[in-house]
Write a protein that binds this ligand. Structure first.
Ligand code: SAM
Length: 274
């Protein structure tokens, strides 16, 4: 077994089984609506898929350093799609299937608006039990020409990269929201104080004007266990502590942080509009 020195835990979400992520629940509802979103350290893509399916973004990209987790994230996308119930638009369209005159409007109805009930609305999530996918396999995903590229699951994709060091193609256009849940500790331990500052600077540089950085820093106490586990070379030389993050972000140019609450182990999260 390889040591998860990046926090690249496999089966992470089976230990914290959550369909509705409590961290997303404390954020303002409109935050993701119509937004280009980057989820850094997406692991097996559960949070990324929840944003894409339920919170109405234009596009979400999940990035993780561990390619096997990224492959699992693509599988998660298909599972989430397979559990989703039929949308009212689909039902409507199949009723009209022989009506040639309806074709244009049918297409429009099928291109579900981001965040619409048809896009995933909470009532159609987890409509089918997981056993359906186990028994019958995944449901095929309709092409973007039918479903629209900003409807789930076409609005979510994944990349393998060490995002601190490497660009991904989506970075060039920038993001409205960058999410970093439970990843700052791993970046800090592996890249040191300067690597962490570099991470924050990079987030600032990819955010569009008025964009938001949603950060869930892990508390300092949780570093100790990780330090033993990773034997990270930087661990002993770290001077920055999570309580300094707000000031560092301000120095980079972010507006003062807003705190949205403390949930579970990860501690507080803060959103810092640029
Ligand atoms: C503890 S998990 C958190 C997963 C998810 N963000 C959440 O909170 O539900 C941390 C993830 O960050 C990833 N990671 C760590 N350093 C990274 C880096 N430099 N670039 C991309 N991903 C990274 C790990 O592989 C791991 O999957």
């Amino acid at each position: 077994m390889t040591i998860p020195i990046y926090g690249n835990y496999h089966g992470y979400y089976s230990k914290r089984p959550t369909v509705n992520d409590a961290r997303l629940a404390v954020l303002p509802e409109a935050l993701f609506h119509g937004a280009r979103v980057l989820d850094i350290g997406c692991n097996e893509g559960w949070v990324t898929c929840e944003i894409a399916q339920s919170l109405g973004p234009h596009k979400v990209v999940g990035v993780d350093i561990d390619d096997t987790l990224v492959q699992a994230a693509w599988r998660r996308r298909r599972t989430v799609w397979s559990l989703q119930g039929p949308s009212p638009a689909t039902t409507l369209a199949s009723n009209n299937v022989d009506d040639g005159l309806q074709r244009t409007s049918k297409k429009r109805k099928l291109e579900e608006a981001p965040g619409s009930a048809a896009g995933a609305g909470s009532r159609s999530r987890n409509y089918f039990p997981l056993s359906c996918e186990h028994e019958f396999g995944s449901l095929p995903i309709p092409p973007t020409t039918i479903r629209g590229k900003h409807a789930f699951p076409h609005n979510v994709s994944f990349r393998t990269a060490n995002w601190i060091r490497d660009e991904i193609p989506e970075d060039a256009e920038g993001y409205d929201v960058v999410v970093a849940f439970s990843v700052s500790k791993w970046i800090h331990l592996n890249e040191g104080d300067e690597g962490l500052r570099q991470f924050f600077r990079k987030v600032y540089s990819v955010l569009k004007a008025g964009g938001a950085f949603v950060l869930e820093p892990q508390p300092w106490e949780s570093y100790a266990k990780a330090r033993r586990m990773s034997e990270a070379k930087n661990a002993k030389s770290l001077v920055i502590r999570p309580e300094h993050f707000s000031d560092i972000l301000r120095d980079i140019g972010f507006e003062p942080a807003r705190h949205f609450g403390s949930i579970g182990e990860g501690g507080e999260r803060l959103s810092t509009p640029s």
